[in-house]
Design a binder for this molecule. Structure first.
Ligand code: SF4
Length: 396
């Protein structure tokens, strides 16, 4: 199956001068994120989601997608990146500065997938969209022979068009379409960003429950709320959800508990069923493919209390405390200073920023944390906003 002729026109390439005017982080097409090495050589998006991370790159005003380089050059840059491991490193495509399923972006998504697949690579590929997916797209996604592809469909249920201009019905339709046609790929309901009072009513939760039955897994998560995004909300008269901003996503305890209470209630005999629910993206992706979590979240055991029993067994079987000498060697080679500790949850390092930590994490299948940014009990990887003080450090 090939991309239809109508979608074949290539996006224009930015000139060297135009690229030079971008924020350096945006001009750098590869970024290592927790869910994978992320390739972003197409930037620009017309969808205008109020909470978009493009605010952080001063790119929100660029409504027409453009390319920073050819697809061939981008794939070459990805596979020759020092942190890329064939068959192992999870990859994300176009998840930072555009939507990969926009009609003008999609041919580039499929071209990149084809080139990676032609190399015989079996890496996980995460594609996140809120846009329309049709039966022809599903056929293309099913046609790749080697890659483990997951399409995550963002659905917030937020009704305020100033925050969420794209009708959530598009995402709901795309999810159903993807699920119905899935053969070689998997699809996830990406239920986010959840904001208390905005989209966590009983009706919103019930809507997510219904949709969760049309996905191989459901991942729920909160809002990424940085200063730049707060400024945009304030400047546009949008209701500001939190007084403070944070480095990590904000998912208040109360909102999580409301969702988990509904999920628990559905486990009772005769209750309307839920699909499988996860707090972490990689957990949902791994489960959808019948594999153990590639981020080693099993070490943070309180995350696993909502996970299906067979998946807990799978992760337990795959989760092995790594050899200390090997970890120290790998961490030092990346520039770690101070003690390199391996406890029952994570490798703990000093002096490494996120990319090398994720490289260690994905290499060992074991969490890797920064000593300077400790993770708190029950708040794994989340901002402290909306959590009570008693949820402090891990019990000894
Ligand atoms: S068992 Fe734990 S680590 Fe594994 S997928 Fe489930 S929640 Fe994630």
């Amino acid at each position: 199956m090939t991309v239809s002729a109508v979608h074949r026109r290539s996006l224009p390439l930015l000139t060297t001068e135009q690229i030079g005017a971008l924020k350096p982080e945006l001009a750098d097409v590869i970024e290592y994120r927790k869910s994978g090495l992320s390739l972003n050589h197409v930037i620009g998006c017309p969808l205008e989601c109020g909470y978009c991370v493009r605010h952080l790159f001063d790119n929100f005003e660029m409504k027409t997608p453009k390319r920073l380089m050819t697809d061939e050059a981008a794939v070459e840059a990805l596979v020759s990146h020092p942190y890329f491991r064939p068959h192992r490193t999870p990859i994300q495509l176009f998840n930072r500065a555009t939507d990969p399923m926009l009609p003008v972006v999609k041919p580039h998504l499929f071209a990149v997938l084809q080139q990676l697949d032609d190399r015989g690579l079996t890496n996980h590929i995460l594609v996140i969209t809120r846009w329309r997916v049709d039966a022809e797209d599903c056929a293309v996604l099913n046609s790749f022979q080697n890659l483990r592809i997951t399409v995550l469909v963002t659905h917030s249920g937020i009704e305020d068009p100033a925050i969420e201009p794209v009708n959530s019905a598009h995402a709901a339709d795309s999810l159903r379409m993807l699920y119905e046609h899935a053969e070689r790929y998997r699809t996830i309901l990406y239920w986010r960003p959840i904001v208390p009072g905005l989209n966590d009513s009983d009706e919103h939760i019930e809507r997510a429950r219904e949709l969760s039955l049309h996905a191989h897994a459901t991942v729920f998560t909160g809002l990424f709320f940085r200063d730049e995004i707060k400024d945009y909300y304030e400047g546009h008269g949008l209701p500001v959800p939190y007084d403070d901003t944070a480095r990590r996503k904000i998912m208040p305890e109360q909102a999580e508990q409301r969702i988990l209470a509904a999920f628990d209630a559905a486990q009772q005999p005769g209750a309307a069923p839920w699909g499988t629910l996860f707090r972490k993206t990689s957990c949902g992706v791994a489960y959808a493919h019948g594999e153990a979590d590639y981020n080693g979240h099993y070490g943070v055991r309180e995350l696993c209390d909502i996970c299906p029993r067979e998946q807990v067994a799978r992760c337990a079987g795959a989760w092995v405390k790594p050899d200390p000498d090997e970890v120290v060697r790998a961490a030092r080679a990346l520039g770690a200073i101070g003690d390199v500790e391996i406890n029952d949850r994570a490798i703990v390092v000093e002096g490494l920023d996120e990319p090398p930590r994720y490289y260690l994490q994905h290499g060992f299948g074991y969490q890797c944390h920064d000593r300077a940014k400790p993770h708190l009990y029950r708040q794994h990887g989340r901002a402290p906003i909306g959590w009570e003080a008693e949820n402090g450090p891990y019990p000894a």
